[in-house]
Design a protein around this ligand. Structure first.
Ligand code: PBG
Length: 339
């Protein structure tokens, strides 16, 4: 964005429709562009072999077994997508009150990371840090007397980060919203010899109803039941607080920060971008994807057009990159239109 003094000009000397007249002149003056380099693809992995399970609330998205996952990751890499974010569907009998499966070096997540690394695919691997895929209550941290406790949760979250880094992830993405987690995770990674592993912090993550389909996808919806995450994820009414969250995470060693959800929070993306000179990401979450797909299935919206328009809107708001379930479709389209 330019900081030059604002000059609107005056009619009739100035006619903003002039440069809009031709396809080539629109291209020539275009301010923002979407590139495949801006996309991160979230993927769901499940136990088994040669399996794929559609997720009804996320049309076009499937849970994949590790062997199929590797193929999908290769496809993403071949299209030029820089990174994928993995989310495990933990079998119910592996979920416990304390979420210990999170730190099992042979859990589904770690086996997936190793399989992708062993396949020699050159792509960034983003691993979430939070306990919700592993806890019987579906919360992101440890629960004591009905409350998600902060400092005690930090220990297991740091251990989870180290276990995932050892399995081959290159970006740790803490999504748990405990206070102080970025610092604790950074120190634990460094102490374990993983000083090169990046941290993409879910810095401004809101307690949003737009995560519903994701919780169906990873099978944590039933665990969470009527519970919610409002005592640690941000209140949707907060704005300034997002800047404090980002500032703290940067001070603790985050390399990149994220705002989540995306479209309903583009004002937050813009404020973070304008305040900090750091890489900013936005997550177009499951509910946003579901809304657009559902309307497209009804014939009410043009799927391709709203996909590209929504992704471009993230760029205009100031996001360097977007986590989106549309990543493969968008990358294919970008390849066709600008090979
Ligand atoms: C886990 C996590 C969630 C999402 C990403 N990591 C769900 C939650 O916080 O309940 C949501 C992603 C989406 O909705 O697409 N902490």
């Amino acid at each position: 964005m330019s900081d030059a003094p604002f000059s609107a000009g005056r009619f009739p000397e100035t006619r903003l429709r002039r440069t809009r007249r031709y396809e080539w002149s629109r291209r020539l003056v275009r301010e923002h562009r979407l590139s495949t380099d801006d996309l991160i693809l979230p993927l769901f992995v499940m136990e088994g072999t040669n399996g794929s399970e559609p997720i009804p609330s996320m049309p076009g998205v499937c849970r994949l077994t590790i062997d199929r996952l590797v193929g999908r990751v290769r496809e993403a890499a071949d299209l030029g997508i820089p990174a994928v974010a993995l989310f495990p569907v933990t079998p119910p009998d592996r979920k416990t009150e304390d979420g210990r499966e999170a730190v099992n070096p042979d859990n589904l997540m770690c086996r997936s990371l190793r399989a992708i690394r062993e396949a020699g695919i050159d792509i960034g691997l983003v691993a979430d840090v939070a306990l919700d895929p592993y806890t019987s209550h579906g919360q992101d941290g440890l629960v004591r007397d009905g409350y998600v406790v902060n400092d005690e949760s930090l220990e297991i979250l740091a251990e989870q980060a180290v276990v995932q880094a050892s399995a081959g992830c290159t970006i740790i993405a803490p999504s748990d919203m405990m206070d102080g987690r970025v610092g604790v995770i950074r120190r634990a990674l460094d102490a374990a010899g993983h000083d090169g592993v990046m941290i993409l912090s879910y810095a401004a993550k809101y307690a949003s109803a737009f995560y519903g389909p994701f919780r169906d996808a990873v099978g944590s919806a039933a665990n969470l039941g009527r519970g919610d995450k409002r005592t640690y994820q941000m209140d949707p009414a907060a704005g300034d607080e997002a800047l404090r969250e980002v500032a703290l995470d940067l001070a603790e060693g985050a390399d990149m920060v994220m705002v989540k959800p995306g479209m309903p929070y583009l004002d937050v993306v813009r404020r973070v971008r304008s305040t900090f000179q750091v890489p900013v990401f936005a997550y177009q979450v499951s509910g946003e994807y579901a809304m657009l797909c559902a309307a497209a299935e009804q014939g009410w919206l043009d799927r391709t057009a709203v996909m590209m328009e929504s992704l471009l809107a993230f760029r205009r708001a100031g996001a360097d990159g977007i986590l989106t379930y549309f990543a493969l479709d968008a990358a294919r389209l970008l390849k066709e239109t600008a090979p």
